[in-house]
Design a protein around this ligand. Structure first.
Ligand SMILES: [Zn+2]
Length: 332
C-alpha cells in the first residue's frame, strides 16, 4: 500500500538519524513498516480503548469578543481584567497549548504549576483554580472543560528534549516562544517564562514515578473556559512539538476568545497585547512510501479508532515517531 508522509524539517532530520543508526541505508519505508509491525505486536494501551471522541462544531464568537487564531510556532499575550472569560479552542484538534499567567498588579506573582498541582492534582479540570506562588492567590478558575486531561507535570519544551531524536539543537520550543512573546509585548524581563499548564496534554505518573505523555487526543471544537479572578497577563502558545505527539506530529493553530466581564468592559481593559511573530517551523515535504499490503487492514483499524490521526499516513507517521521516541528516550 502506498502512503504519503508529510514530514517537517525536524522530522526529516529524525529520519536521517534513524537511517544512520539502523545501518546506513535502510529506507524510510522499511523503518516505517518495522514501526507499524512492532505496534501490532504490542499490547494496546488502555488509554486507547474504543474510539477517539468525535469532532464538534467550533463555537460562535459573540459581538465584542476578542476572537483570534494563534498560528503554530507563535504565541500570544493577552491582558485580562478580573471577571473576563478566556476560551481556548481546538480548530483542527490534537494540539497541546501551553498557558502561563501573571498577576498585573503584583510583580512576581505568577502561575505556579507546583502549587496548583499540590492543591488539585496533576490533571486540573472544571472547578479547579490556577494558583500563583507565594503569597498563594487564585489567578484563574476553570469554569468549563469539554476534554479534561490537562497536564501539570511537564515543563515547557526546550531544544534539550528534541535533540536526542534529531541530532539537532535548533528545534522550536514553547520556552523560546513564551520568551519571545513576552519580549514582543514589552513585558520582558519583568515577566519571565515559567512552568506552564499544558492544556490537552495527556500525561500519567507511572507506578515507578516516571512521567509519560501521550499524543494529544482532543478534537476540533474542544474548548476550555477560564475566568480571570484578578487582573492578569496570560501567554498562550500551541506547542511546536512534532516528535512526541503533543501536536499529533503536525503543529496546528488554535483559537482564543475573550469575553469581557462587567469590570473589564467598563475599564476598557483586556485584549491582545501583541501576537508574536511565528517561529520558522520550516516547510513540510511529502515522502511517498510503499508498505507491505498485509499492513493495510490493521492500519485501517487504527485509523478508524482515530487516536493517531484521521488518515493512514498520519497513523504511520505517528507510529514511526512513537517507536523512535521509545528507542531514544528513557520511556523505552
Ligand atoms: Zn512545547
Amino acid at each position: 500500500m502506498r502512503v504519503r508522509l508529510s514530514l517537517s524539517r525536524q522530522q526529516r532530520a529524525a529520519v536521517e538519524l534513524m537511517r544512520a543508526l539502523a545501518g546506513g541505508e535502510r529506507a524510510l519505508a522499511a523503518l516505517a513498516a518495522d514501526a507499524v509491525e512492532r505496534e501490532l505486536r504490542a499490547a494496546r494501551p488502555a488509554r486507547w480503548r474504543g474510539r477517539r471522541p468525535s469532532p464538534r462544531p467550533v463555537s460562535r464568537a459573540r459581538a465584542g469578543e476578542v476572537d483570534l487564531v494563534i498560528a503554530p510556532g507563535s504565541g500570544c499575550a493577552l491582558a485580562l481584567a478580573a471577571g473576563d472569560r478566556l476560551r481556548v479552542e481546538q480548530i483542527a484538534g490534537g494540539q497541546c497549548v501551553d498557558l502561563c499567567a501573571y498577576a498585573r498588579r503584583e510583580p512576581g506573582l505568577a502561575f505556579s504549576a507546583s502549587r496548583t498541582r499540590a492543591l488539585h492534582g496533576v490533571h486540573p479540570t472544571r472547578g479547579d483554580m490556577l494558583w500563583s506562588g507565594a503569597p498563594e492567590t487564585p489567578l484563574l478558575e476553570i469554569v468549563a472543560d469539554t476534554a479534561p486531561g490537562h497536564d501539570l507535570c511537564f515543563p515547557a519544551c526546550t531544544p534539550f528534549e528534541y535533540e536526542p531524536l534529531t541530532g539537532r539543537d535548533d528545534h522550536a520550543s514553547c520556552a523560546a516562544i513564551q520568551a519571545a512573546t513576552l519580549a514582543h509585548a514589552g513585558l520582558a524581563p519583568r515577566l519571565a517564562p515559567h512552568d506552564p499548564l499544558n492544556l490537552w496534554l495527556p500525561s500519567e505518573v507511572g507506578r515507578d514515578g516516571a512521567l509519560r505523555s501521550w499524543p494529544a487526543a482532543c478534537r476540533r471544537g474542544d474548548r476550555v473556559d477560564l475566568r480571570a479572578l484578578v487582573d492578569l497577563v496570560v501567554v498562550l502558545c500551541p506547542c511546536p512539538d512534532d516528535l512526541y505527539g503533543s501536536s499529533q506530529y503536525e503543529p496546528r493553530a488554535v483559537r482564543v476568545l475573550v469575553r469581557r466581564g462587567e469590570r473589564g468592559a467598563q475599564a476598557g481593559r483586556g485584549g491582545v497585547l501583541a501576537p508574536a511573530p511565528a517561529a520558522d517551523l520550516g516547510a513540510r515535504e511529502l515522502r511517498t512510501i510503499e508498505l507491505p499490503e498485509r499492513l493495510r487492514a490493521p492500519l485501517e483499524r487504527m485509523r478508524a479508532d482515530g487516536w493517531l490521526g484521521d488518515r493512514a499516513a498520519e497513523v504511520v507517521r505517528a507510529l514511526l515517531f512513537r517507536w523512535w521516541e521509545r528507542r531514544r528516550t528513557a520511556q523505552g
